[in-house]
Design a protein around this ligand. Structure first.
Ligand code: NAG
Ligand code: NAG
Ligand code: NAG
Ligand code: NAG
Ligand code: NAG
Ligand code: NAG
Ligand code: NAG
Length: 390
């Protein structure tokens, strides 16, 4: 905190002396010649859940660009498929809640009922629309209490478009794509050569050069975590890519979609011992680690300790600024919530709807080492500039 405040006057001085305001980092789209600021790896990861979706409709280019601007380490997305087998970034299997699909008379007869994770769900499913049709829709804000001004403005993007946003970022920004609803996608979408959804998912990552194990040289150049709620999808791709994998863990009453295992089964010691061969960590719903009763947090479970004992990272979801999501113990202050999870529970990454808030918290409490280095370089330059006038 102290250093960033004392830094400001020097930046100002440098700008005055230099005459023109030059960016400190290369401009976007300059490619990676090794000069882009690397991913920070010394503090818990700021994972921008569906982009900066607290501000801008989820999983749109604009939500991801905003998250990058606000300091995301990783941009997170859900991968589903169009009818013609193009992988897209979209959370729900139906278009109903986050697009303007209801406005299109030509699509009115596409409503279907499919069984999704054991429940019959009715709506307009992405798997019944071609990419071209999906592109004709516009995305809306999911929650009525969030900013509605962007409704109807932005398109659904493809997995490839999402990857390009990360690769074009002015610093190294990782990606965190989810193999979403693989059971449903493999049931309704067929690819040539008998390929599965998971094959297409990994091929897309490979096409853009994503490879390597956690913290390897290749990985640090283009960091990626692959996440899924379906353990068999992660095991299936384990021979196809070394990229680090995260097993997502749902609410305690929701069984896994592929293996029909309970929460208690997949968080048992035996299961963690098994799955650690395939994954580098777990992504649990945060209220299952710190159970909530009447809006108050209760004592944390031992899941984080048991995961860490096996060298598994823990990246819980989802942190949200709004009062209605903040348990009373945090005094309606999201910084208090981050302080608790980072410094008391000791998690390794956090999925947040408000990347900017998490980034500010981390900068104020744990400044980026790399920034410190740039700061000292700048001070040195300033000293050289100033010395002739002394
Ligand atoms: C859409 O929103 C309604 C009302 O909030 C909810 O009941 C339903 O589960 C949502 N559908 C999906 C697919 O999330
Ligand atoms: C399915 O529906 C039941 C009853 O409405 C609900 O309790 C359960 O959480 C739903 N399961 C999923 C996976 O959404
Ligand atoms: C879903 O609907 C079909 C057709 O009506 C029915 O056969 C099936 O049992 C239903 N599934 C569930 C989980 O309710
Ligand atoms: C991965 O490959 C090895 C060696 O070919 C094989 O024994 C193993 O069953 C494969 N694992 C999966 C999950 O496909
Ligand atoms: C999943 O497991 C539960 C509990 O063991 C069982 O009641 C249910 O029938 C199973 N569902 C399927 C689709 O196998
Ligand atoms: C949260 O606040 C409630 C009510 O004051 C208290 O009983 C509970 O122990 C607190 N939770 C934790 C984890 O301290
Ligand atoms: C407290 O929790 C309940 C149940 O989750 C929720 O419906 C209610 O809105 C919460 N109350 C407040 C004041 O946040």
């Amino acid at each position: 905190m102290v250093s960033s405040f004392s830094f400001a006057p020097f930046v100002f001085l440098l700008l005055v002396i230099g005459g023109t305001a030059r960016p400190f980092y290369p401009l976007p789209g300059k490619g990676d010649d090794g000069s882009r600021r690397p991913l920070q790896t010394f503090r818990p990861y700021n994972v921008a859940h569906r982009g900066s979706n607290g501000e801008i409709p989820e999983e749109t280019s604009q939500a991801y660009l905003r998250a990058i601007e606000e300091g995301a380490d990783f941009i997170e997305t859900d991968i589903l498929s169009s009818k013609d087998g193009v992988l897209i970034c979209f959370h729900d299997v139906t278009l109903d809640n986050t697009t303007d699909i209801a406005k299109y008379k030509e699509f009115a007869n596409r409503k279907r009922t499919y069984e999704v994770q054991g429940n019959n769900t009715t709506g307009f499913f992405t798997v019944d629309f071609t990419l071209k049709e999906l592109k004709s829709l516009r995305v809306n804000q999911r929650f009525s209490f969030r900013d509605q001004q962007y409704n109807g403005k932005f398109q659904i993007i493809t997995f490839e478009e999402f990857i390009n946003i990360a690769l074009d970022a002015p610093r190294v920004v990782g990606i965190y794509p989810e193999i979403k609803n693989p059971v449903l996608i493999n049931q309704y979408v067929k690819w040539s050569d008998g390929k599965r959804f998971e094959d297409k998912f990994v091929e897309t990552l490979q096409k853009y050069g994503y490879k390597g194990s956690y913290l390897s040289k290749d990985w640090l150049k283009q960091p990626a975590f692959v996440q899924s709620f379906a353990p068999t999808s992660l095991v299936y791709i384990s021979n196809k890519t070394e990229l680090p994998k995260i097993l997502l863990i749902d609410e305690v009453d929701i069984p896994t979609q592929d293996t029909n295992q309970s929460y208690w089964e997949i968080t048992s010691d035996t299961y963690l011992d098994y799955i650690k061969q395939y994954v580098v960590g777990i992504g649990p719903w945060k209220d299952t680690i710190v159970p909530v009763v009447n809006n108050y947090t209760t004592n944390p479970s031992d899941l984080v300790a048991r995961a860490h004992a096996r060298n598994l990272q823990v990246h819980p979801y989802t942190y949200r600024n709004e009062n209605q999501y903040l348990h009373f113990n945090f005094s309606q202050d999201p910084y208090n919530e981050y302080d608790y999870w980072i410094n008391k529970i000791g998690v390794d990454g956090l999925f947040t709807d408000f990347t900017g808030s998490l980034h500010n918290f981390q900068e104020w409490t744990s400044p980026n080492h790399r920034d410190d280095m740039i700061e000292s370089e700048l001070l040195h330059k300033i000293a050289l500039l100033v010395s002739p006038y002394e």
